[in-house]
Design a protein around this ligand. Structure first.
Ligand SMILES: [Zn+2]
Ligand SMILES: [Zn+2]
Length: 366
């Protein structure tokens, strides 16, 4: 008999929160896509969590344990739709938001109808998350990007209905159209009635008269979705773009989840973003500073910027060039550019220069 508490490493009095935490930690450790991850162990952890996170199931488990004949009441890990909806959490940068919630989305969507006692018809495919990497220049100008997501998509042969041709649907014979199967279980304490999702129709209550030859009647196939995202200028690291209906397709057109795209910004070799401002380091020659010569550099937009260092300027402060920074999100104007001056020591000084400089003293340049 399995001990779900032991599997999650918590004691019998553990709070919902403790159980959730233990599960997240273990799910991370044993995720099959991770090195050292293990499919069987991962399933076991998931199964334990599905029971202990559900008040009724937990109470039942506390009283009766995992009697093999009552497995129908503990549909842990059983997932008629396969995997995580074709989505690979490890391929994605998930440190925006709470990783636990992402896992929950997968579990909830994958085995949703069974594990959460929710009927399939209540909600379609899972919401998905992915990350979109942008350069700082792309952030500055705004950008249109294509995002590809491997997930379950509607079957193109039956248009998601699951039925071949015009064959249509009929009531499921296993559950009589209710979508769930009730089982009476006799125990020493009395008789209990349990309902589980019908495994013939997956909770729909109806099945295609003739199943579609491409999707076997599920109405979904694993495939790839291409989404064109238009990112507005000035987007921030970690901002999330929600695209409705671009997530996983649920079986038989019951609905499609949403796609959440988290923005990641690649570091730029020259410019550093400080909110709406940009900062940059620039090497300048001593004479250019002393003589207030025009110094030029290229801005993030590729345009030439010119400035000079005013006398009596503290070289430890950045030169502030107004309006040459980052585009402000949702606005037309820009932040400022902060130029940090790095004063270069001369590589060589000619005899003439040395003589001239020797003729000066600190009262000349003060
Ligand atoms: Zn089909
Ligand atoms: Zn059925």
């Amino acid at each position: 008999m399995k001990d779900y508490y032991k599997i999650l490493g918590v004691n019998k009095s553990a709070s919902e929160d403790e159980i959730k935490k233990a599960f997240r930690k273990l799910a991370h450790e044993h995720h099959p896509d991770k090195t050292g991850g293990e499919d069987a162990k991962f399933k076991e952890i998931n199964e334990a969590y599905q029971v202990l996170s559900d008040k009724n199931k937990r109470a039942h488990f506390d009283r009766f344990g995992t009697d093999p004949s009552s497995q129908g009441g503990f549909p842990g890990g059983g997932n008629p739709f396969g995997g995580f909806g074709g989505f690979d959490p490890s391929s994605v940068n998930v440190d925006f938001g709470d990783i636990g919630d992402i896992f929950e989305t997968f579990f909830g969507g994958g085995g949703g109808s069974a594990t959460r006692g929710r009927r399939r018809t209540e909600r379609g495919g899972s919401d998905l998350e992915t990350a979109l990497q942008l350069t700082l220049e792309e952030v500055f100008f705004g950008v249109k990007k294509e995002v590809f997501i491997k997930t379950n998509i509607g079957c193109d042969r039956c248009n998601g209905s699951g039925a071949e041709g015009d064959s249509g649907l009929e009531n499921c014979s296993a559950c009589g159209g209710s979508g769930e199967i009730r089982e009476d279980k006799r125990t020493f304490f009395g008789t209990f009635s349990q309902a589980r999702v019908c495994d013939k129709c997956h909770g729909f209550g109806k099945i295609p008269k003739k199943a579609c030859g491409k999707c076997s009647g599920m109405g979904i196939i694993s495939g790839e979705r291409k989404i064109v995202v238009e990112v507005a200028p000035g987007v921030q690291e970690g901002q999330v773009i929600q695209i409705k209906g671009a997530g996983e397709s649920g079986p038989r057109n019951i609905g499609t989840g949403d796609l959440y795209i988290g923005i990641r910004i690649k570091p730029n070799l020259l410019f550093k973003r400080l909110g709406d401002d940009l900062s940059v380091s620039l090497e300048v020659k001593i004479l250019d500073i002393i003589l207030e010569k025009t110094i030029s550099l290229k801005g993030i937009d590729g345009k030439k910027i010119e400035f000079s260092v005013p006398t009596n300027f503290n070289l430890r402060d950045p030169i502030k060039i107004s309006g040459e920074g980052m585009t402000k999100f949702g606005k037309k104007n820009r932040g400022d550019l902060l130029v940090n001056l790095v004063v270069k020591s001369p590589k060589k000084i000619s005899r003439k220069a040395r003589e001239t400089l020797n003729g000066l003293d600190n009262s000349d340049i003060d």
